[in-house]
Design a protein around this ligand. Structure first.
Ligand SMILES: Nc1ncnc2c1ncn2[C@@H]1O[C@H](COP(=O)(O)OP(=O)(O)O)[C@@H](O)[C@H]1O
Ligand SMILES: [Mg+2]
Length: 323
């Protein structure tokens, strides 16, 4: 197969952590061609999507004393070639959030790819449908109590009822802008004003789950089915578990309750063409559905001795009809 990955600049990726690298490496190991590009290198020509692609050759990471170790020169790139993306068997859209207008424009370009020729993962339409915070509300029966509002009095009333809550900007990722809310905090009003830009932008307010101190579990779903999980435990005085803010990763299993959550979301994800997704689950409640560039497979593989990248590419081999 020929695979294109739309990623952030490869020089900024961490081969021992980033799932995009794990997927590319697995594709290469299984004998497929791996090409890369960036969202700003896409064009529409003749009614379909083209990109300036570079073929990449990776030196796979190695597990040494329980850590992924990479070469300092872990990738080599060919010259750029302007290519029709319909010449690829699949395109992975893996640009990191935030989902800006530029990101959305990229999804409109990808939308023009003939699905009979090339599978786009995740589906451009699905990426537009699924704001990572808001989409979760479609599964509110497995979610903690949550409101979305820019109205200070509505927010205050909710937080007073719940005693404590967590505020989430709707476009955030990796713990950015996530705030703990205590209604007796003297900064409470100011926090809401700053976060909602004085009542102009809605934010998500969610009941605080004390179980968060035991971890925020990342569950990776492939085509609606759970394939692995890792727990992220907050460290020090931090209440957020994100790896990007120092969360410690811990080996874990998927519980019966978490399988129910996966079953509740799986078919909807499949319908939306959201094939590769990371759920966040705290204390048996779904808190986020990550669809843009979910990560975690390097950590899961390291702790569980799996190869989820290989599993994804083997699934793709079956999903794509051979010519
Ligand atoms: N309802 C909640 N109760 C307690 N802690 C939470 C809650 N929701 C999120 N958190 C903490 O905040 C972190 C980030 O939240 P999340 O919704 O996953 O947003 P993102 O990862 O996109 O920043 C989580 O890793 C978790 O530690
Ligand atoms: Mg998260």
């Amino acid at each position: 197969m020929k695979l294109a990955f739309i990623i952030d600049p490869i020089s900024r990726l961490d081969p021992g952590h980033d799932t995009s690298v794990a997927l590319m490496e697995a594709a290469q190991t299984l004998g497929h061609e791996v090409w890369i590009t960036q969202a700003h290198q896409l064009s529409v020509i003749g009614g379909t999507a083209w990109a300036r692609l570079q073929k990449v050759r990776l030196t796979p990471v190695k597990l040494v004393d329980g850590r992924w170790v990479s070469d300092s020169n872990w990738y080599q790139l060919s010259d750029e070639v302007l290519t029709c993306l319909e010449d690829m068997d699949a395109v992975f859209m893996r640009t990191d959030p935030p989902v800006t207008m530029r990101y959305l424009y990229a999804t409109y370009i990808l939308e023009l790819i003939n699905p009979a020729k090339t599978l786009v993962i995740n589906s451009p339409q699905g990426l537009r449908e699924a704001n990572e915070k808001m989409y979760t509300l479609q599964f509110h029966q497995v979610m903690p109590e949550t409101i979305v509002s820019q109205d200070k009095s509505i927010i205050r009333q909710f937080v007073e009822e719940k005693k404590f809550a967590v505020l989430k900007p709707l476009g955030g990722k990796a713990g950015e802008g996530i705030l703990f809310l205590d209604p007796s905090d003297r900064n409470f009003n100011s926090i809401i004003e700053v976060s909602t830009q004085h009542g102009r932008e809605p934010v998500m307010i969610q009941q605080y789950l004390p179980e968060a101190k035991d971890g925020d579990k990342r569950i990776i779903l492939l085509d609606g089915e759970p394939i692995g999980a890792v727990n992220r435990v907050p460290t020090g005085s931090e209440f957020r578990g994100n790896m990007a803010v120092g969360g410690r990763v811990e080996k874990t299993d998927i519980t019966e309750r978490e399988r129910e959550i996966c079953a509740a979301v799986g078919s909807k994800l499949r319908d939306n063409g959201l094939y590769f997704v990371g759920l966040d689950v705290i204390g048996g409640y779904l808190t986020e559905v990550n669809v843009t560039s979910p990560t975690g497979i390097r950590e899961i593989d390291r702790l569980n001795n799996t190869n989820l990248g290989k599993q994804v590419i083997q699934w793709l081999e079956k999903a794509i009809p051979s010519p």
